[in-house]
Design a protein around this ligand. Structure first.
Ligand code: ATP
Ligand code: MG
Length: 393
């Protein structure tokens, strides 16, 4: 691949690079934005790598945030307050598969050598318009290849997350994983168990959001053995819920997709340390995905909407609701919603106070009576008038 003579670097990034260079510190653009721009994909999120030690970076700029200071990463805020990551040239001197102890005061070459894949180890000098590509990342971009920088076994043992990153990049760009890299990924898959759930979740979710096809990402996670360790609730055939390719038709919503694939969504989302809200959402999907109403029977549709509450749209997005006879369900739901049919206790024309005034005993009777009235109203919304409901008390 011939490098373009110039890359359009955003003005704010260029200003940061100039200031560092003027202070005597060599500074280069690196990482995902270089890779994406060479692929012709839009990405303005240029990372800078510099010879300036972290303290110098913080001294030179008015507004900085030490986002990963122990690894030499400082976010420099531009006038608009947008952060730009500036990382000091570093090399990893000790690693345990999860964290690295890093050393500064090294060269750009060392810094590129500690990066994970050749396509992520290309540097561009934003002022001199020079390129550095010691691991032939540009050639791999052309060959559509994900290839470790250096020996893949060592590189994975330094940080097992790199295995998952390879799968994400492969699914996103539809690149092959180089044979030795793929082999090492499989051989080291057991090391993935050491990673923190948060890092794995972020990778998995980011993968879902960026994959050309989610089914491809999932197939890779299965092939390599990552799914067996972190997503054991996802089985080859999705528990009889159709083929893996069905996920490609789902909305790009990581929680929804994960829940849809898993035999026990709440258990999987709990392992990934998702928020309680996401876990509850997964649980609801697991509970309700086999219990759809008959779309031709509106009282049943209303009762279902009343029970599934905020999860109705998730359930409507799942494959069963898109195939006959349930494919009529979205239309039925729309008609109920457009009719503003009462669906919850607070939609009832009477309140607990009304019932008390009508002589219902304070205590559990009130709630039970309201539930009974709601059931009547779900059956026939025209019953939702105060006189009718009080007559039923
Ligand atoms: P994207 O932002 O699109 O996910 P990226 O390549 O920019 O992709 P980042 O996580 O933003 O990924 O990291 C920026 C750069 O830092 C990468 O391009 C790579 O050079 C390096 N890098 C990130 N994570 C690792 C890692 N675990 N091991 C080695 N190098 C890494
Ligand atoms: Mg990035």
């Amino acid at each position: 691949m011939k490098f373009p003579s110039r890359l359009p670097i955003p003005e704010e990034v260029l200003r940061i690079a100039k200031k560092l260079e003027d202070a005597g510190y060599e500074t280069w653009c690196v990482g995902g934005a270089i890779r994406d721009n060479l692929l012709g994909l839009e990405n303005h999120d240029f990372d800078l790598t510099t010879a300036a030690p972290p303290d110098e970076v913080r001294r030179l700029f008015k507004r900085t945030v030490p986002v990963g200071i122990e690894h030499g990463t400082v976010a420099v805020l531009d006038q608009r307050g947008t952060p730009h990551e500036v990382t000091t040239f570093r090399k990893d001197i000790r690693t345990d598969g999860r964290h690295a102890v890093v050393e500064f005061g090294v060269s750009l070459m060392d810094d590129l050598a500690r990066r994970d894949y050749t396509i992520n180890a290309i540097a561009y000098h934003p002022i001199a318009h020079r390129w550095q590509d010691p691991f032939e990342g540009a050639a791999d971009l052309e060959r559509k290849l994900i290839r470790s920088v250096g020996d893949p076994n060592w590189r994975f043992q330094e940080d097992y997350l790199r295995i998952l990153r390879a799968l994400r990049f492969s699914a996103r760009f539809q690149f092959r994983i180089h044979a030795r890299t793929l082999e090492a990924a499989k051989a080291n898959a057991q090391g993935l168990a050491q990673l923190s759930a948060e890092r794995v979740r972020d990778e998995w979710f980011k993968g879902i959001m960026t994959a050309a096809r989610v089914s491809k990402l999932l197939t890779l996670w299965m092939e390599v053995g990552a799914a067996r360790i972190w997503l054991p609730e996802i089985r080859e055939k999705g528990e009889g819920r159709g083929s893996i390719s069905a996920v490609d038709k789902l909305p790009r919503d990581p929680v929804l997709i994960t829940a849809c694939l898993a035999s026990d969504p709440a258990s999987l989302l709990t392992r990934l340390k998702c928020s309680n809200k996401d876990i509850e959402r997964g649980r609801a999907i697991g509970v309700w995905r086999d219990k759809y109403p008959d779309p031709k029977h509106l009282p049943a549709v209303r009762k279902w909407l009343s029970e599934v509450g905020e999860y109705a749209d998730d359930l409507l997005a799942l494959p069963p609701a898109r195939t006959a006879p349930l494919s009529l369900l979205p239309k039925a739901v729309r008609s109920v919603r457009e009719g503003k049919d009462p669906l919850t206790l607070k939609d009832l024309a009477v309140t607990g106070d009304d019932l008390l005034a009508a002589g219902v005993r304070p205590g559990p009777d009130v709630g039970e009576t309201l539930q009974r009235l709601l059931a009547e109203v779900l059956e026939d919304p025209s019953r939702n008038t105060k006189p009718y409901l009080l007559s039923r008390v």
